[in-house]
Design a protein around this ligand. Structure first.
Ligand SMILES: Cc1cc2nc3c(=O)[nH]c(=O)nc-3n(C[C@H](O)[C@H](O)[C@H](O)COP(=O)(O)OP(=O)(O)OC[C@H]3O[C@@H](n4cnc5c(N)ncnc54)[C@H](O)[C@@H]3O)c2cc1C
Length: 754
C-alpha cells in the first residue's frame, strides 16, 4: 500500500480517465508514427545545445557527389521548362528514358535491389538541384522516392515482395504512383469509400484467396503513366476468410495497372504544371492476398504504414524543392535588383527593395539550414514526425513569401510569360506544394502542436498510455510513476521560464564559446522554457478540448516551429565556420523569429480560456507584452547586400543550384550581373558625368576605350535580361495547337537604362 499511489494518484487517475478524450484508431496511429528528436529537447524547456551542435552534419559520399556532378547536371542540361510546360505538356521521351536509365526513380532503393541506395541527404540534394531547373522534372523524380510503393515495400514488404518489385522500380521498368486521395476523402483520408472485399477468385489460372477492389482516386501524381499503383483502401472480410474480424481497416496493396478493371490515363492540369497527374478508377479488380504490402499480416495496418513513411518523406521532398526555390529566388532577384536601374540607380539600392530582398536572402538561409539539419537527423536513422511536419509546412509557406517578394521586385519582367521568364512557373507551382503531403492549414492548426504535444512532450504520451491501459492496476502504477515526475518537472519549468523571462534571458544557457551568437542561444533557451510552461498549462486547463481549439494549437505550433528553425540557423552558422559575412542573415532570422514567437505568446495569453491561468502566465513570461521588434534597418540593409554583389557569401547562400550555361534567363542574368558589377566604377563615372553614350564618354576623357567596351558589353547583357517575350497573335489563339507556339523575341525596342 502506497498512500501517494493508492489515494492521491488514484483519485487523479480516475478523474483523468473519465475526462480523457477518446482517440480514434487512425488518430492514434498517426500520433504514434515515427519518432522524436530535437523537438523533444525543445519541449523540455531546457534544450541541451551541445547535443544539437554534436550532431554530425549531413554529408555526401564520393559516389553521391559524383552523381550530382554527373547524371544530375546532365539531366538539368536536358530540361527546358518552357518547352516542357507549354509545348510538349510532358517531359520529352529522352528525358523520361534518361531518368529511368540512370535510376533517378530508385534513389532510395538499396543497391542490393538494384537501386542507388542514397542517403536522405543525397536524395534531398538531387531533388534540390533539379528543382532549381525544372519543377516538372523535380516532382517526377521526387514522388517515386517519397511516399509510395518503393518506400512502403522497403519498410513493410515481405522479402519475396521486395525481390519481385524493387528491382523493376529501381530501373524504371515499373513507374509507381500512390493512390490515397479520393473525391470524398482529402485531408480526412479515413473517410475514403474505396473498398477491397476479401473473397476467392481466379488469378493467373488458379483459384486463390484475394481481394476484389473498387476505387476512385484523384490527383494522383504519375497516375496517368504508372505501371504499378500503390492503393489505399478499406478492407472487409465478410466471409471470414482470414479471421473473425469483418471490418479490417485501411490497407495498402500493389496493383499492376495492366490488370483488367484498372483505368488510368486521363490527366489533371495542376496549376499549369505538366507533371503527370490524374484520376484512376478500379472496377472489380482482383488481386491475390500477397499483393497486400507486407502480406496478410499487414491487412488493416495501412494507415500506420503510411504515417510512418510520411514521417520521413515529408522532411525531404517539399523542403528540398522549397530550399531550391528560395535560393534560386535569392540569387536571381539579387542579381536583377543589381542590374535593373530606375531613377538612375540600381533598384536594389532603394530601401523599399532592400526590405523584401533581405527577407528573400535570410529566408533562403533559414530554409536550407533547416533542410540540412533535418537531413542530418534522417541520415542518423530518425523518423521525426513532428519535425517533418514543421519542415513541410514552413518550407513551403516561406517559399510562398519568397516567391511573392521575388515577383514584386522583378516587376513586369516576372509577370510576362515566356521562355525568358524564370520565376513565373515557380510562382504558379507553389500552391501545389502547399496542398500536397498534408495541406498546410491542417498541418499548422492540427498536426504540429497536436502531435508535438503528445509525442515530443517529456511525459504526456506515457501518461496517456497509462490512462488508456485496460489493466487498471498496471495503468495506475505507471501513471503514479510518471505523473509526479511530471509535476516536479512542471515546477522547475515554471521557475525557469519566470526567471529567464524577467531577466531578459541574459543568464539562460548557451553553449561555451558560441561567439557572436551566444545571445541568440540564450534567447532560444528563454523562449523554450516559456513555451514548455505555457504548453503544460494549456494542456492542463484545456485537456482534450485543445484539439478543437485550432487557433491556439496553431500558435503553439508556430512557437515550436520557430524554435526548431532558429536552432537550425545557429547550427548552420556554426557548421559553416561561423562566417562573419553571414551574420546579417542569422540576425535577420533571429529577430524575425523572436518577434513571431512573442506575438504568438501574446495571442495565446489573450485567448487562453482559463483567464486566471492566462493572467498568471502573462505576469511570469510577458509582463510588458510582446517586445521583440524584428530586424533593424541596419540588419535589413546588411542582409540585402548578401545578394546584391558577387561574393563568397552569395555563393554559399545559393550553393548546389543547377547552373546551365545556355542562353536561358538565369544564365543571361548571371552573365549580366557579373559584367555590371565588374564595371561598377565605369558606371559610376558615366553617371557622374550624366552620360549614356560610351563613345561620347571616351571622347570627353571620362572613360578609356577599354572601359567603353566593358560598359557596352554590360549594357548589352542587361538589355538581353530585361527583354521579355512576345508572341504572334495566332500563336496564342485557342484555335492553334499549343505545339505550334512561335516565340518572337524582339529586342529592338529595348531601352537601355543607364
Ligand atoms: C498536384 C497534386 C498532387 C497530388 N498528388 C497526390 C498523390 O500522388 N497521391 C494522393 O493520394 N494524393 C495526392 N494529392 C492529394 C493531396 O494530398 C490532397 O489534395 C490533400 O490531402 C488535401 O485534400 P483536398 O484537396 O481534398 O482538400 P480538403 O481536404 O478538402 O481540404 C481543404 C482545406 O481544408 C483544410 N482542412 C481540412 N481539414 C482541416 C482541419 N481539421 N482543420 C483545419 N483545416 C482543415 C485543408 O488544410 C485545406 O486547406 C495531390 C494533390 C494535388 C493538388
Amino acid at each position: 500500500m502506497s498512500f501517494r499511489r493508492d489515494v492521491i494518484s488514484k483519485l487523479i487517475f480516475s478523474w483523468a480517465r473519465r475526462v480523457l478524450p477518446s482517440v480514434s484508431d487512425t488518430e492514434r496511429e498517426a500520433l504514434e508514427a515515427g519518432d522524436v528528436w530535437w523537438d523533444a529537447d525543445l519541449f523540455t524547456g531546457d534544450p541541451e545545445w551541445t547535443k544539437l551542435l554534436d550532431t554530425p552534419p549531413a554529408t555526401l559520399t564520393a559516389e553521391e557527389q559524383a552523381f550530382l556532378n554527373g547524371p544530375v547536371d546532365e539531366l538539368c542540361a536536358m530540361l527546358d521548362e518552357w518547352k516542357i510546360n507549354w509545348e510538349l505538356r510532358d517531359l520529352p521521351p529522352e528525358v523520361w528514358n534518361f531518368i529511368k536509365q540512370k535510376k533517378f526513380l530508385g534513389m532510395i532503393i538499396p543497391t542490393e535491389h538494384g537501386g542507388l541506395g542514397f542517403s536522405p541527404y543525397a536524395h534531398s540534394e538531387v531533388v534540390r538541384k533539379i528543382s532549381s531547373r525544372s519543377l516538372v522534372a523535380a516532382v517526377t523524380v521526387m514522388v517515386p522516392n517519397s511516399l509510395g510503393p518503393g518506400e512502403l515495400l522497403m519498410r513493410f514488404g515481405t522479402r519475396d515482395q521486395q525481390s519481385k518489385w524493387l528491382p523493376c522500380l529501381a530501373d524504371g521498368r515499373d513507374v509507381p504512383c500512390f493512390g490515397l486521395t479520393s473525391p470524398e476523402a482529402g485531408s480526412d483520408a479515413a473517410a475514403m469509400t474505396d473498398s477491397g472485399i476479401i473473397c476467392k477468385g481466379m488469378f493467373e489460372g488458379h483459384e486463390v484467396i484475394g481481394i476484389r477492389l473498387n476505387w476512385h482516386k484523384r490527383y494522383i501524381t504519375l497516375g496517368p503513366v504508372a505501371t504499378l499503383l500503390g492503393l489505399a483502401f478499406k478492407a472487409y472480410d465478410p466471409d471470414h476468410l482470414v479471421g473473425s474480424q469483418e471490418d479490417l481497416g485501411i490497407t495498402v496493396a500493389l496493383i499492376p495497372t495492366s490488370l483488367p478493371g484498372v483505368s488510368i490515363g486521363r490527366r489533371h492540369l495542376p496549376a499549369m504544371q505538366v507533371f503527370q497527374n490524374g484520376p484512376t478508377w478500379g472496377k472489380d479488380v482482383f488481386v491475390p492476398l500477397d499483393y497486400v504490402i507486407g502480406g496478410k499480416e499487414r491487412l488493416g495496418q495501412g494507415w500506420k504504414m503510411l504515417m510512418t513513411a510520411l514521417a520521413a518523406g515529408r522532411g525531404i521532398s517539399l523542403p528540398s524543392l522549397s530550399a531550391a526555390g528560395a535560393a534560386f529566388s535569392a540569387r536571381t532577384t539579387g542579381a536583377y535588383a543589381r542590374i535593373r536601374e530606375q531613377f538612375g540607380i540600381p533598384i536594389g539600392k532603394f530601401e523599399g527593395i532592400e526590405e523584401p530582398l533581405a527577407r528573400i536572402a535570410a529566408t533562403a538561409y533559414l530554409i536550407d539550414a533547416a533542410r540540412r539539419l533535418t537531413c542530418a537527423a534522417l541520415n542518423e536513422g530518425h523518423h521525426p514526425a513532428v519535425i517533418s511536419g514543421i519542415m513541410k509546412l514552413h518550407a513551403t509557406e516561406r517559399l510562398r513569401t519568397v516567391i511573392d517578394d521575388a515577383m514584386d521586385i522583378h516587376g513586369g519582367k516576372a509577370v510576362i510569360d515566356g521562355p525568358q521568364n524564370y520565376l513565373g512557373n515557380l510562382y504558379r507551382g507553389v500552391p501545389v506544394s502547399i496542398t500536397v503531403e498534408g495541406a498546410n492549414i491542417l498541418t499548422r492548426n492540427l498536426i504540429i502542436f497536436g502531435q508535438g504535444a503528445i509525442r515530443a512532450h517529456p511525459y504526456l504520451l506515457q501518461e496517456m498510455n497509462a490512462l488508456g491501459d485496460t489493466n487498471k492496476a498496471r495503468g495506475l502504477d505507471a501513471f503514479d510513476k510518471t505523473f509526479w515526475v511530471h509535476i516536479v518537472h512542471s515546477f522547475k519549468t515554471l521557475f525557469r521560464a519566470w526567471g529567464r523571462s524577467w531577466s531578459g534571458g541574459v543568464f539562460a544557457p548557451a553553449p561555451n564559446d558560441a561567439g557572436a551568437v551566444t545571445g541568440f542561444y540564450r534567447q532560444l533557451s528563454r523562449y523554450s522554457a516559456a513555451f514548455a510552461l505555457c504548453a503544460d498549462m494549456a494542456l492542463l486547463t484545456l485537456g482534450g478540448k485543445l484539439k478543437r481549439k485550432e487557433m491556439l494549437s496553431a500558435r503553439f505550433g508556430d512557437i515550436l516551429s520557430e524554435l526548431y528553425l532558429l536552432s537550425a540557423v545557429l547550427k548552420r552558422w556554426h557548421e559553416e565556420g561561423r562566417q562573419e559575412a553571414d551574420l546579417a542573415a542569422v540576425e535577420w532570422c533571429m529577430a524575425t523569429g523572436f518577434r513571431t514567437m512573442e506575438q504568438r505568446f501574446a495571442d495565446i495569453l489573450a485567448n487562453l480560456p482559463n483567464r486566471f491561468v492566462a493572467i498568471m502566465l502573462k505576469f511570469m513570461i510577458q509582463p510588458l507584452g510582446a517586445q521583440a521588434r524584428g530586424p533593424s534597418d541596419k540588419v535589413i540593409h546588411a542582409c540585402a547586400q548578401l545578394v546584391l554583389e558577387p561574393s563568397v557569401a552569395r555563393d554559399r547562400l545559393t550553393q548546389g543550384l543547377s547552373h546551365v550555361d545556355d542562353d536561358g534567363g538565369p544564365a543571361r542574368l548571371e552573365k549580366a550581373f557579373l559584367l555590371v558589377t565588374a564595371a561598377e566604377d565605369v558606371f559610376k563615372r558615366m553617371h557622374a558625368a550624366r552620360l549614356r553614350d560610351a563613345d561620347a564618354a571616351v571622347r570627353q576623357g571620362t572613360i578609356t576605350q577599354v572601359e567603353a567596351e566593358q560598359y557596352k558589353a554590360a549594357q548589352e547583357a542587361v538589355a538581353r535580361v530585361i527583354e521579355v517575350d512576345d508572341f504572334a497573335p495566332e500563336a496564342l489563339s485557342p484555335h492553334e495547337k499549343a505545339v505550334s507556339v512561335q516565340v518572337v523575341q524582339e529586342r529592338t525596342e529595348t531601352r537601355v537604362a543607364g
